[in-house]
Design a protein around this ligand. Sequence first.
Ligand code: C5P
Length: 218
Amino acid sequence: MSAASLGGRRIVVSAGPTYEDIDPVRFIGNRSSGKMGFAIAEAAARRGAQVVLVAGPVSLPTPAGLERVDVRSARQMREAVIAQLPADVYIGAAAVADYAPAEIAPGKIKKKDEQLTLALVRTPDILAEVAVHARRPTVVVGFAAETHDVEFYARGKLEKKKVDMIAANRVGVSGSGFESDDNALTVYWRDGALALGPAPKTELADQLLDLILARWPA
Ligand code: C5P
């Protein structure tokens, strides 16, 4: 495995889920462990990059040699990521909640009726915002977790969110994906694609960084 230096590059990585609070004791979240994003941040730091890891609520130790900023909600993650620009590369590996409660109840919501309706509102799309920002990083990479028509949706995201690469989780590969130490990705860019893995997320992280370096040399 090659390990070309990333010395002098500033890389911002977002990782993990976001938690959208409903009341002081409940939230809407998702099953992201943060392992893929943490592996990317760790690999980039090991290769000499100046790395900022914006992490949602995960139970993972902070990798050596990087700055970690902990956040909880999509809104907080957006603030933290935008505050880190400019950067050379942004890798959005976080599983950002798409909707958040319109209001956070100040006290615990008590059970009462048979049904409870929660009003939800869209969260900010951090990846799409970074991709059109005045301080846009040179390379903007997103992730996609799809269960079907993976290429169709991944290529759609490239266009719609104006990003340079989409790393799509290959579903149907046993032992890969959520909460696993292994994963399989197909990485798409405007005029190409490459399948990586199945492999440990630490190895995939280095392969993804190699791919970024190959396409956007210093
Ligand atoms: O649209 P979808 O959620 O499938 O896109 C996934 C990609 O977009 C991931 O890179 C994720 O980090 C990013 N995203 C984001 N902000 C959102 C939703 C997704 O940055 N609100």
